[in-house]
Write a new protein. Structure first.
Length: 228
């Protein structure tokens, strides 16, 4: 009997180790299949767009100051971004200013853009009147730029030391609805994650020279798409 007990203990330990190893191997295989699916879809939908950030998994978002935020597992088994309790610090920051400056395109490819300052009163009775309730505030004027059939409203300066780069919202003039790049919301949120939209929703960037860029998350990568 004394000999049987150690053998049973060893057997239990070996079984536990084998079971744990099996789970790890299964998770690794499952992740590899998942990544393969990501790569197939990324190749299919993101052609021509430039990768500006990537990591092994898709459990991240980025803030207005372009800092990458990780996620953690909560007590309920779900996932959440870490900015609320700072369990993880931002470990990467992206300088989109440098990204945009590195992108050039022929003059003939540029779509014309024009703009001027509008007030609420000036917008009344025009095709841009819908902006009165969205972006233009009474008593203040905003720079409104027209691109193609879209309306761009400058909202904030991203870098205090550089007044050439802004964030923007784009609305379709005909409907007044927010314009969205077709694939930008397809694969931006990991399974089981309920983050704030500001961390994963795509963002527009507008340069004073008239260039418009769209940054969006597709699985484990951030892509830069040039709109004009």
């Amino acid at each position: 009997m004394r000999k049987i007990i150690p053998i049973l203990c060893i057997s239990v330990l070996l079984f536990s180790a084998g079971f744990f190893l099996g789970i790890k191997l299964y998770e690794k295989h499952e992740h590899e299949e998942e990544v393969e699916l990501w790569e197939e879809e990324q190749e299919r939908y993101t052609k021509g767009d430039i990768v500006v950030y990537e990591q092994e998994n898709d459990r991240f978002g980025w803030l207005a100051d372009n800092k990458i935020e990780q996620v953690y597992r909560t007590g309920t088994g779900s996932y959440a971004f870490s900015i609320e309790d700072e369990r993880y610090e931002s470990f990467a920051s992206i300088n989109f200013r440098k990204v945009f400056d590195s992108l050039t395109f022929p003059e003939e490819d540029k779509k014309p853009i024009s703009g001027r300052q509008w007030s609420v009163e000036e917008l009344q009775g025009t095709e841009l009147e819908f902006l009165c309730d969205k972006e233009i505030y009474e008593g203040r004027k905003r720079d409104v730029y027209i691109w193609d059939d879209k309306c761009i409203v400058l909202r904030y300066t991203l870098y205090e030391s550089d007044d050439n780069l802004y964030g923007a919202n784009i609305y379709t003039i005909k409907t007044g609805e927010r314009y969205m790049y077709p694939i930008a919301l397809m694969r931006n949120q990991p399974k089981g994650v309920r983050p704030g939209s500001g961390l994963i929703n795509p963002k527009y960037y507008f340069c004073k020279d008239g260039r418009i860029f769209w940054i969006y998350k597709f699985y484990n990568k951030l892509y830069c798409h040039r709109l004009n």
